[in-house]
Design a protein around this ligand. Sequence first.
Ligand code: HEC
Length: 154
Amino acid sequence: MKKALRFTGLGLLLGLGAVQFVSTPRNTGPTEGPASLVAREKVPGDVKAILQRACYDCHSANTKYPWYAAVQPVAWWMNQHVMDGKAELNFSDFARYDTKRTVRKLQAAADEVRDRKMPLKSYLLVHDEAKLTDADAARLAKWAEDLADDIESR
Ligand code: HEC
């Protein structure tokens, strides 16, 4: 029995070792390039700061990776979040959205933040800097809603 356990342990270790050679693509493009939200719209400094610290890791072309992001299967798991997040909403690509999508995404951002669904809870466990106070959440939500109204009325 002990021997079997030892073999299982060894197997797991070898598996974890082997999986380190699987490379995962990294999200390292320009965050606020010509196609970004901030290039297209006037974004007040305090709102921009909130987006940068709480949203960009998953909703922009650039993720700031912690050291453990180099360890598999963490890298793979993290990449899934970034890919899913970016597919839903990419602030670095925002200027390419048509009016309807832009308005919808801004309204969705307001809702998600107000309901405290974003940033993701699992992310907040290891990212203190991304935590939003009630005031931060209210500020971001109000700004997103106002901008959506403004864009809709243009
Ligand atoms: C750890 C990664 C992560 C962070 C940080 C994060 N998100 Fe997300 N976000 C996701 C993922 C993954 C999805 C898609 C799946 C889901 O809805 O859970 C998503 C979905 C969304 C959607 C849904 C889009 C739609 O059309 O319904 C909005 C809006 C959104 N996020 C806004 C934000 C905002 C605003 C912030 C910052 C305050 C933020 N997110 C921070 C990962 C993240």
